[in-house]
Ligand binder design. Sequence first.
Ligand SMILES: Cc1ncc(COP(=O)(O)O)c(C=O)c1O
Length: 444
Amino acid sequence: MTSSHAELVQRHRAVMPRWVSLYYDEPIELVRGEGRRVVDADGAEYLDFFGGILTTSTGYNVPEVVDAIREQAGRMLHTSTLYLIRPMIELAERIAELSTIPDAKVCFVSSGTEAVEAALMLACTSRRSNQVIAVRNSYHGRSFTAMAVTGNRSWSASSLSPLNVSYVHAGHRLGGPFTGMTDAEVIDACVADLRDVIETTTAGDIACMIAEPIQGVGGFVVPPDGLFGAMKAVLDDAGVLFVADEVQTGWGRTGEHFWGFQAHGIVPDLVTFAKGLGNGLAIGGVVGRADVVDSIQANSISTFGGNPLSSAGALANLDYLVSQDLQGNALKVGRHLRDRLDDRAGRLPIVGEIRGKGLMLGVELVHPGTTVANPAAAQVVLEEARRGGVLVGKGGLRGNVLRIAPPMSVTVDEADTAVDVLVAALETAARQGAGRPGEEQGAR
Ligand SMILES: Cc1ncc(COP(=O)(O)O)c(C=O)c1O
């Protein structure tokens, strides 16, 4: 660390809240990037396989995106939704069409949390109910309602909530009650659990169920394909809306589909999005059934939502993502990455499970021979991978799942380099016998 770097860490700790945690014993200051590579203030280069928490979707310094932002910034940053905003309207039209929701409408906000907040407001208003079903081990953001539907204590700072929330299972299989079950058995068990929760913990007039198609912060937990389809059939019978939180899974990241919900054969009533749309610009939103989106009788506004700068940049980013078929690339490189990880890391005794879809791959670390979470090993792997020049994330209820999610433009060569580094890091963690059972801690 240079002295100016050490000083910056100290200044960060002095002025930023304690709960804004930093990765690494010696935190990194990233100062520029190109494609999938980022450079820190000391000139060290890394392959970025976490992409600003699945946000840098197309890559760093993509000329088509940067030019669009520059061009818009040179003319006008902001006007407000009191006036017509051409790029916002175009972006809404594109997202409405991509959503597969018939005659959909779109509202824009500035973050994933706000998108969730808006979706819950729309569902609750349209159904005149504050009862919501959420999923255990979920993460939906940091506002009061987003936290209220977050089923992970590490991220639930408060139980105060305007919502009445019931939690259901969605099929996490490693070490839980669904261990060893087939997909069909998991689906049956989750559907039975949903029915039971509706009958025993609600008054019946539930506004919506909200779910991530693949849990992000929860450790890239993948439910069986079709699970949310089977659950939605129960919800439809009970008149309950379904909200797919696509903040992490959207824009083709899962490779096989453009949206995560498409693995379940459903069309949600509302879909939330953020992160990858703007490639780092602050933009999120909700796309959904027009009758639900239009259900609000009062005025409502998001000052920054869909402003000219974020809309123009997001539109260019979406154009790039679609025209370059980055979903296809996520499928191809994601499969390659998964095969290499399975081959080379799957045999290590600290690896409990490798899972995920496309470029959203999780490696759950355990104490050898058990399914007991091993967050200390995840910590060692994170540090070792950084030393080897690769940045990855971690998550999971106990912070023991490595999260691998590079920009969707990643190449096979880059994936191979990352696998070499990650396997070496995993081997180091295994050799060190990192962690002792009982040391489990939160995801941070
Ligand atoms: C599924 C999901 N929903 C909502 C959010 C909240 O997004 P933001 O951090 O932009 O508020 C996140 C953030 O990680 C997320 O993963």
